[in-house]
Write a protein that binds this ligand. Sequence first.
Ligand SMILES: Nc1ncnc2c1ncn2[C@@H]1O[C@H](COP(=O)(O)OP(=O)(O)OP(=O)(O)O)[C@@H](O)[C@H]1O
Length: 339
Amino acid sequence: MIELKNIYKTFKKKDAEVQALKNISLKVEKGDIFGVIGFSGAGKSTLIRLVNLLERPTSGEVIVNGDSLLSLTDKQLRTAKKQIGMVFQHFHLLESKSVFDNIAIPLILQKSKKGDIRKRVIELLEFVGLADKEKAYPSELSGGQKQRVGIARALATNPSVLLCDEATSALDPQTTMSILQLLKKINQEYNITIMIITHEMAVIQEICNKVAVMEQGEIIEQGNVLQVFSKPSHPTTRSFVKTIVQKELPLSMKGKLSHTSGSKIIRLEFLGSEMTQSFLYELVNRFEVKPAILFANMVEIQENIVSTMTISLTGKEEQLVLACLYLKEQGIQVEEVSA
Ligand SMILES: Nc1ncnc2c1ncn2[C@@H]1O[C@H](COP(=O)(O)OP(=O)(O)OP(=O)(O)O)[C@@H](O)[C@H]1O
């Protein structure tokens, strides 16, 4: 659907060069909601702007819907671009035009018939929940409503791909959630593939099935969201994941921990929530150990529950070792915590 192959992008200024992207390769499959996350300056905007050639790579290949965009003629490129809608952080609406006219712009540009334009815009207004705002002007709308107009405009020409450049970064958390739900609905009901860049892990958690993490122009980690969230390998990914999956003991608790002989403090990570009770019961039943929960956290990712739990286990050394072994055999990740 979208494929970037060995992309490099260098911005040349008078006295300096900025290597914004270094050897980026990624694949977005049909139906994906693919998130790209990174800190400011990582190269996310440059990356997403390459997908519809708002930015041209210094080298590498951009393939969308099977077309290698850099080898198309201008006319072919215009046709290919109709398949790619884009939503912006600051909406980019025309203030002097009504909501209806803003959404109609791409249809007017492609010379659709008046009746068809009216039908499509009304349909889109309905879809994004702004049926009563047809005649309003952007200045009369909230940020969330403006973004709904931006989304409707991006969908006007029936694209197969929607690019979202920090689409929720200018919105409060509640509005962010409602816009993310709208993007999910677009993906599911219109079967549109979405690529979204963000610096907020909550965006990835809420709607994405795949994620790429960027740092200094490179992709440092990518994969299925559940995989990356449950086992992040790069320190930067870990620091992003930490913002939503709280694994560490709170500092106030850490200070009070003391390891006494005959006890172990271990952190457990596993998928699913129903497991919790059964393995604690099994520990007590099968081994001469006493478990106590010190800290627990559950996060929903892709309709899966990722659970982390810190427990203390008290008992004879041999029993503690056997208990830990048993937990590992159940597919639980076990890590000893130092005080
Ligand atoms: N038109 C440009 N000319 C020169 N340098 C640029 C240009 N656009 C981006 N850059 C540089 O490329 C690097 C990546 O910028 P980019 O905007 O893609 O990062 P980002 O991850 O989107 O950051 P942010 O979240 O702050 O927008 C930065 O060092 C930036 O200064």
